[in-house]
Design a protein around this ligand. Structure first.
Ligand code: A3P
Ligand code: MG
Length: 883
C-alpha cells in the first residue's frame, strides 16, 4: 500500500522533474503512469465496481508516481483524494481478511467446543484451570483466559463453571481466611493468571477485598505473590517484579463491604453463565458467524463504492491532463448573455466540449440537455408550474436552468420501481456563494420527502464537508424543495452535487438560483453542469440503505456502552448512594463515552464528535481511583481481545475524541449517560448517539437500559430497549439484550386526536422542565391524565412508540440553552415515527450551532396531530419566550 510518506516523497521527486516535453513523450509517460493495461482503460473503468482493489491501488500509486509538479490546486486535491481512497481500499481489504479469519476461528472454536462438551475434556480443562502445579505463572498456552473460553463454549463446561462459582460463593460467604490456593482459584476462575493480579484494577480490587476479609491483614496475599514469583522464575525479571502487591487506591472500609463486593461479583458471573446457557440453543456461534459475514458484505460494498470513486477520480485526472483544467473551465457551459440566454443541447455541442468531457457521454451517463443562463432577475426563483423539460421555458432560463430529460437518449428508462440517481457536477462560482437548488415541484420523489443530497469534492478536508451537504429542505408548500449545500463553496472548486431520489418520478429540472454577491447586487454564477443518471441496478444498490453503516455502528456502540452502564449500576452499593457519592455515575459516564468514541474512531476515524464529557477532570491525580474503575469497566465490557489491554491513556484519549465544540457539516454527538439522576435512582436513563449531517440529524440510536420492553417483543418481556432511526427510513425498537434475537420492530406515534385520551410526559427534575407551565398547557389542551415523569431521552422513545402523545420541556431559566446531545437522537426517533419536534415557539431544532441548541428554547415533541395546538396553547399562555 502507498503510505502518506511515500506519496509525499513521490511528490518531492516529481517536483525535481520537468516532465516529458514532446507530445509522444507525454503520451508515453501517461501510459506508464497508469501502469500495465493502460491501453484497456475503458474496459477497466466499465468494470469499476468489480475491479480488484489491489489492482486499483497499484494503478493509483502508478498514477501518483507519474504526477507532475505543475498541477493545479484542483488536480493536487484530486490526487490526494485518489491516494486516500487507495489507502482506504487497502485497509478495508485487510479488514475483510481479518473478518474472514475470525469467521474461520469461530467455526474452529465451535468444533473445539463440541469436543470440549465431553465430560473427559471438561475434567481435563477444569484440572488445568484450578491446579497451580500444572501451570507456570506466565505460560500463555495454559492461560486462564483460553481455558475459560473453551469451557464457556460448551454446555458441560458452562455447567461446571456455574457449579464452581456457586462453590466459590459458598466459601466466600463463610470463610475469613483466603490462602494461596483459594486466591489462585478465584483469579483463574475470573479468567486471569497470577501475573495479572498487580496489573488489572479489577483483580486488584478482588485482592483488596480478600485482604479486607483476612484478619492476617493480607499476609496470605503476600504468600500468594511469593509462590507466583517462584513459579515465574523462568519469566523475564520485569514479569517477576510486577508480581508484588502494591496498595491500590479504593480499599474497602469494612469486611462486610468487601464481602458484599465479592458476592456481587460472583453473582454477576453466575448470571452471565446462566444467560449463556439459556441462549445456547439459539446457536450463538452461528449467529456470530452470520454477523461476521454481514460485516464482510458491508465492507465489500464499501470497497466497491470506493473503487468506483477512485476510478472516477483517476478518470477525471486523466481528462484534466488531456484537456487541462483551465481549458475545461473556459469551455464550461456559460451563462448566456443577460439579454437572451440560450439553451444548448449538450449533445449538440461541438468538438471541444466533446473532447473535454467524453466520459459523461459513456454508458449510463446522461448528458445534460440544457444549461445555466445568466439572468438579472431575482436571486430566488420560484417553481412556476411544470413545463416539458425538452424545451425550457423562458422564465426558467432567465434564472439559470439546467433541465434534465426524464428519458435520456440511451440512458436508463425511469419507470415505476426504478430508483434513479442523478449526479450533477458543478463548479462553484465564488467564495461564499450559497447556492440554492430548488427542484421542480410536483415531483413524487419530493412529495415523499425522499431527497438525499451530498456534495463531493476532491480534497480530503472537504470530503467531510462533502458528505455533510444537507438533505433537501422543504421550504414550504407551493414551491419545490430546495437543497442547501452546507458550507460556502470555494472559488473554482469543482464538486459533485449528487441527488438521489426514490420513487418513480424524478425532477425534470434543477435550478441554480444562487446569487447575491457582497454589495454587488444579485449576480448569477457560472455553473458547469452535467448530469448522470445511474442505471437502475447501480442506483438501487446505492440507495439500498442510506447511512446503513453509520446506523449499524451507532447501535452497536450504544448497546455496548449501555452494558457498561448496567455493570456499573449493578456494582453500586446502597451506602455509596446514601453518601450522595456521585462517583458511580462518573465512572459510567466516562466509560460509556470512551466506548462510544472508540467505536466511532474505528468505523469513522475522520468524523468529529461533540460529546458531553472530556477527560481533564479524570486525569487529575485525585481521580486516579475513578480512572482505574473506568479503565476496568471499559476492559470488562469492551469485548474482544483488543480492549483487554486498554490503558488509562487509551481510555482518556478516546474520551477526548468527543472534544469538538464547533459545528461541523458532519459530526456525531454523544450523551454517554443522559438522565444521570435517573441512573443514580435506578430509574430511566439512556445512552444517546446521533449523526448530524448538514445541520440535520440523520442517524439516531438510543439505548434505554431501564425502559420496559413492550411491542419490541422478546421472550421474557423484561427491560432494556434500543430505539434507532435513519432519516427517511423509519424508526425502530428492539430489546437491548443481545441474547434476544429478533428483528427490530417499526414504531409509530399514537394516532389519537382527542386530547382527553392523551398523555404527556416531562422530566422528573423540575429544574430541567417547568412542571407548573406544563400543567397549565395540559389543562388548556384538555389533557386530563397526570404527567408521565421520567428522566432522559427515554421520553422521546415513549412518545415515538405511542405510549404518550406529548413531551414538554418548558424552560426553567432564561439563560439555559438545551444541549444538542440531550435531543438529537430522540428527536429523530420521534420524527421518523411520524411525530413532530420543535422548540416551544414552534421552531425546528437547529443542530448547527455547536454544542447548544442556541437558536431554540425548550422542546415540544408530539405525535404530530396535536402539535400546532400545543404550540398555540404555549403562545396563548405567554410561555414562548422570544417567539
Ligand atoms: N436547567 C436545565 N434545563 C433543561 N435541561 C437541563 C437543565 N440543566 C441540566 N439539564 C439537562 O437535562 C438533562 C436531563 O434531562 P431529563 O431531566 O429529561 O432527564 C441533563 O442531561 P444529563 O443527565 O446527561 O446531564 C442536562 O443536560
Ligand atoms: Mg443529557
Amino acid at each position: 500500500m502507498t503510505t502518506e510518506a511515500q506519496i509525499l516523497a513521490n511528490r518531492r521527486n516529481a517536483s525535481l522533474s520537468t516532465g516529458p516535453k514532446t507530445r509522444r513523450g507525454k503520451a508515453r509517460s501517461r501510459r506508464e503512469g497508469y501502469g500495465p493495461g493502460a491501453r484497456s482503460q475503458g474496459a477497466a473503468i466499465t468494470e469499476a465496481g468489480r475491479a480488484d482493489p489491489r489492482w486499483i491501488e497499484e494503478r493509483a500509486a502508478g498514477f501518483l508516481r507519474a504526477a507532475y509538479s505543475g498541477a493545479s490546486e484542483e488536480e493536487k486535491a484530486m490526487r490526494k483524494r485518489a491516494a486516500e481512497l487507495a489507502r482506504k481500499i487497502g485497509e478495508a481489504e485487510r479488514a475483510v481478511a481479518a473478518y474472514l479469519e475470525r469467521a474461520g476461528r469461530i467455526v474452529e472454536d465451535r468444533r473445539r467446543a463440541a469436543e470440549a462438551g465431553g465430560p473427559g475434556r471438561v475434567l481435563e480443562l477444569s484440572r488445568r484451570l484450578m491446579a497451580w502445579e500444572q501451570s507456570a505463572a506466565a505460560d500463555s498456552s495454559d492461560g486462564a483466559g483460553r481455558i475459560l473460553g473453551e469451557l464457556e463454549g460448551s454446555r458441560a463446561g458452562r455447567a461446571w463453571l456455574i457449579r464452581t462459582w456457586r462453590w466459590i460463593r459458598e466459601w466466600l460467604g463463610r470463610k475469613g481466611r483466603f490462602g494461596v490456593m483459594d486466591r489462585y482459584r478465584l483469579v483463574r476462575a475470573l479468567g486471569h493468571d497470577p501475573i495479572h493480579v498487580a496489573r488489572l484494577p479489577r483483580v486488584r480490587e478482588v485482592f483488596a477485598a480478600l485482604n479486607a476479609l483476612d484478619p492476617r491483614g493480607g499476609l496470605d496475599g503476600e504468600a500468594f505473590f511469593a509462590r507466583a514469583r517462584e513459579l515465574a522464575a523462568g519469566c523475564d525479571p520485569m514479569a517477576r517484579d510486577s508480581l508484588a502487591w502494591r496498595e491500590a487506591a479504593g480499599t474497602f472500609a469494612s469486611a462486610e463491604e468487601a464481602r458484599a463486593f465479592l458476592l456481587n461479583l460472583v453473582d454477576e458471573r453466575v448470571r452471565r453463565l446462566e444467560a449463556l446457557q439459556a441462549a445456547s440453543d439459539a446457536e450463538p456461534a452461528g449467529r456470530e458467524a452470520l454477523a461476521v459475514m454481514a460485516a464482510v458484505e458491508g465492507l465489500r460494498r464499501e470497497v466497491e463504492a470506493m473503487g468506483r470513486e477512485l476510478l472516477r477520480v483517476v478518470e477525471d485526472l486523466q481528462r484534466m491532463r488531456k484537456g487541462g483544467p483551465r481549458a475545461v473551465e473556459g469551455d464550461a457551459i456559460r451563462p448566456a448573455a443577460a439579454s437572451g440566454p440560450e439553451v444548448r443541447s449538450r449533445q449538440g455541442e461541438g468538438g471541444t466540449a466533446k473532447r473535454l468531457r467524453p466520459a459523461w457521454r459513456g454508458r449510463g451517463r446522461t448528458p445534460c440537455r440544457g444549461h445555466g443562463g445568466r439572468g438579472g432577475g431575482a436571486a430566488t426563483p420560484r417553481s412556476s408550474g411544470a413545463s416539458p423539460p425538452a424545451a425550457v421555458p423562458e422564465p426558467w432560463r432567465s434564472r439559470g436552468v439546467a433541465a434534465i430529460p426524464p428519458r435520456p437518449p440511451g440512458g436508463a428508462r425511469i419507470g415505476a420501481g426504478f430508483v434513479p440517481s442523478l449526479e450533477c457536477r458543478v463548479t462553484a462560482p465564488r467564495t461564499g456563494a450559497a447556492p440554492v437548488w430548488p427542484v421542480e415541484k410536483g415531483s413524487k420523489a419530493f412529495r415523499g420527502g425522499d431527497l438525499g443530497v451530498g456534495i463531493r469534492s476532491g480534497s480530503r478536508d472537504e470530503r467531510t464537508q462533502a458528505r455533510a451537504a444537507t438533505g433537501g429542505r422543504i421550504d414550504g408548500p407551493g414551491e419545490g424543495p430546495r437543497v442547501h449545500p452546507a458550507g460556502p463553496t470555494r472559488r473554482g472548486r469543482r464538486g459533485r452535487l449528487r441527488l438521489r431520489l426514490t420513487g418513480a418520478a424524478i425532477p425534470t429540472r434543477l435550478v441554480n438560483a444562487s446569487g447575491g454577491g457582497k454589495g454587488r447586487g444579485p449576480s448569477l454564477p457560472r455553473w458547469r453542469l452535467a448530469t448522470r443518471r445511474a442505471g437502475p441496478v447501480e442506483s438501487r444498490r446505492a440507495m439500498s440503505q442510506p447511512f446503513e453503516l453509520e446506523q449499524a455502528a451507532a447501535v452497536a456502540a450504544v448497546r455496548r456502552a449501555a452494558r457498561l452502564c448496567q455493570a456499573v449500576r449493578r456494582g453500586i452499593r446502597p451506602e455509596v448512594l446514601d453518601k450522595k457519592d456521585k462517583s458511580p455515575v462518573t465512572v459510567a459516564d466516562f466509560g460509556s463515552q470512551a466506548l462510544v468514541c472508540r467505536a466511532l474512531l474505528e468505523s469513522f476515524p475522520e468524523d468529529p464528535v461533540i460529546a458531553e464529557e472530556d477527560s481533564a477532570e479524570l486525569r487529575q491525580a485525585s481521580n486516579a481511583a475513578v480512572l482505574g474503575q473506568v479503565v476496568a469497566h471499559v476492559r470488562g465490557v469492551g469485548g474482544g481481545e483488543s480492549l483487554v489491554d486498554a490503558t488509562a491513556e487509551d481510555v482518556c484519549g478516546w474520551i477526548d475524541r468527543g472534544g469538538t465544540a464547533e459545528y461541523r457539516d458532519r459530526f456525531w454527538t454523544i450523551d454517554p449517560i443522559d438522565g444521570t439522576k435517573g441512573f443514580l435512582r435506578n430509574e430511566q436513563y439512556a445512552v444517546a448517539l446521533a449523526l448530524v449531517v448538514g445541520g440535520r440529524v440523520v442517524v439516531g440510536a438510543l439505548a434505554c437500559p431501564n425502559l420496559a420492553v413492550r411491542g419490541e417483543g422478546g421472550p421474557t418481556g423484561g427491560v432494556g430497549v434500543v430505539f434507532t432511526a435513519v432519516r427517511g427510513g423509519g424508526a425502530f425498537a428492539f430489546p437491548l439484550d443481545e441474547a434476544i434475537a429478533m428483528e427490530p420492530v417499526p414504531i409509530r406515534v399514537n394516532a389519537a386526536d382527542d386530547p382527553a385520551a392523551m398523555r404527556f410526559c416531562e422530566s422528573v427534575e423540575s429544574g430541567h422542565s417547568a412542571h407548573g407551565d406544563a400543567a397549565a398547557i395540559a389543562a388548556k389542551l384538555g389533557i386530563a391524565a397526570p404527567p408521565i415523569r421520567m428522566d432522559s431521552q427515554a421520553k422521546y422513545g415513549v412518545v415515538a412508540r405511542g405510549e404518550a402523545d406529548v413531551y414538554l420541556r418548558m424552560p426553567t431559566r432564561a439563560d439555559y440553552r438545551e444541549k444538542i446531545w440531550d435531543h438529537a437522537a430522540g428527536a429523530l426517533v420521534i420524527e421518523e415515527a411520524g411525530g413532530v419536534v420543535t422548540d416551544v415557539a414552534g421552531r425546528p431544532l437547529e443542530f448547527r450551532h455547536g454544542r447548544e441548541l442556541s437558536a431554540n428554547r425548550g422542546v415540544v415533541a408530539t405525535n404530530g396531530r396535536i402539535h400546532d395546538r400545543v404550540i398555540r396553547a404555549i403562545a396563548d399562555l405567554g410561555l414562548a419566550p422570544g417567539a
